[in-house]
Design a protein around this ligand. Structure first.
Ligand code: 1CP
Length: 347
């Protein structure tokens, strides 16, 4: 890549040569290099070592030729700075030692101590140095999605205990989201200070909420978070799954880029949200597992619709599944770059 990053240019709606592409969870189990490292280190050991973090973050850039890197970490990692004990269990995901269910537990959460997770910011700086011209996306989990793990104690499909707290103990729930929001702001600001050129907030499970619950319980926190990051002058990406009904509200938070899942038609989202917001997405990740033909067909349809839109970034509708063949991703990067040029005339 020469000159200014096409990913950053697209984030700013400025002219660039072709559609930029990166993949959520582009570092992970589908990579041979990652599986080899995981025989020696746990996921959290990788995420707590600045050097290993750097190597894992850079690997998909080298292996696939994507236009951006995302810091290798996890949304749970900064919770160590709130003195919350958790683990990431193989084939399960985040597990919290003592689920947070009561007013007393929320009141006891101490102020965020970024020095306790300094390895993230050290790793960010090392990674930025190693990446050279390829920009690094820093990230954090959104307060609702983080709260879902803290309250449930582990991955959930219903978010029953979380919703119960939201409806039956709104003051406690709001206090929890407030503490998490403060942490998210500080954690993201530190990553930007260490050199991250864009910031993404993952609200993966927010689609479980109705429009009314989102507006009442979550939206004010998201506005506070994006408002508090605005002066950094870096692109702010907001992503969630199953968010068709929430997209206008999500676009009202102050985020400059909205990540959408595969259920939604991007051209329709563009129509609904207007021409200012940058859109990112939205290939069905299962197409990657189905194989190159299915992946290419899906990607071609999306890129054909969006090529020529200066505010568009190709991505998946969610993360790369671990059963993905790396060659499929590599081919897709080349395809998207090639097809994306079709829209050049209209830029
Ligand atoms: O090695 C392993 O087996 C651990 C699997 C794994 C990995 C590779 C976990 C556990 N986290 C990660 C890294 C990770 N997590 C990254 C960096 C990798 C990259 O994108 O290149 C990022 C951005 C995340 C963010 C994350 N963690 C999210 C938001 C994105 C999303 O996928 O929705 C969420 C919801 C988590 C929680 C989590 N951590 C790990 C798992 C398996 C899960 C999901 C559990 C669930 O289904 O609820």
């Amino acid at each position: 890549m020469t000159g200014e990053s096409r990913f950053l240019l697209a984030c700013q709606g400025q002219a660039h040569d072709t559609v930029p592409v990166w993949f959520m969870r582009q570092a992970g189990r589908y990579q041979e290099s990652y599986r080899a490292l995981r025989t020696r280190y746990s996921m959290l050991e990788l995420a707590r070592s600045p050097r290993l973090m750097r190597d894992v973050t850079v690997s998909p850039v080298e292996e696939l030729g994507v236009d951006a890197a995302i810091l290798f970490s996890d949304i749970m990692v900064p919770l160590a700075g709130l003195d919350i004990a958790f683990d990431i269990q193989e084939n399960v995901g985040p597990v919290v030692a003592e689920p947070i269910r009561t007013a007393e537990q929320v009141a006891k959460i101490p102020a965020f101590r970024p020095d306790l997770v300094d390895y993230v910011y050290e790793g960010t700086a090392l990674t930025v140095e190693a990446l050279g011209a390829v920009p690094l996306i820093g990230f954090a989990g959104a307060p609702f999605t983080l709260a879902s793990y803290l309250v449930e104690g582990r991955p959930s499909r219903t978010y029953r205990a979380t919703k119960e707290m939201m409806w039956n103990n709104p003051a406690v729930f709001q206090a929890l989201l407030d503490r998490l929001s403060t942490m998210v702001i500080e954690h993201l600001r530190r990553q930007a200070a260490a050199g991250a050129q864009a910031l993404q907030v993952f609200d993966s499970w927010i689609g479980a909420l109705s429009q009314a619950d989102y507006a009442a319980a979550v939206l004010p926190h998201m506005k506070r978070i994006f408002g508090a990051l605005k002066d950094l002058g870096v692109p702010l990406i907001y992503f969630g799954v199953g968010t068709q009904h929430l997209l206008p509200a999500m676009a009202s938070t102050g985020a400059s880029v909205i990540g959408v899942d595969w259920r939604t038609n991007l051209a329709e989202v563009r129509g609904a949200l207007g021409s200012e917001v940058v859109l990112m997405g939205n290939l069905d990740p299962e197409r990657l597992v189905a194989g190159l033909q299915a992946a290419r067909a899906g990607a071609r349809e999306i890129v054909t619709q969006m090529a020529g839109d200066p505010r568009y970034i190709f991505n998946l509708g969610h993360g790369v599944p671990k059963e993905t063949h790396p060659q499929v991703l590599k081919e897709l990067v080349g395809d998207v770059h090639e097809w994306g040029r079709l829209g050049e005339g209209s830029r």
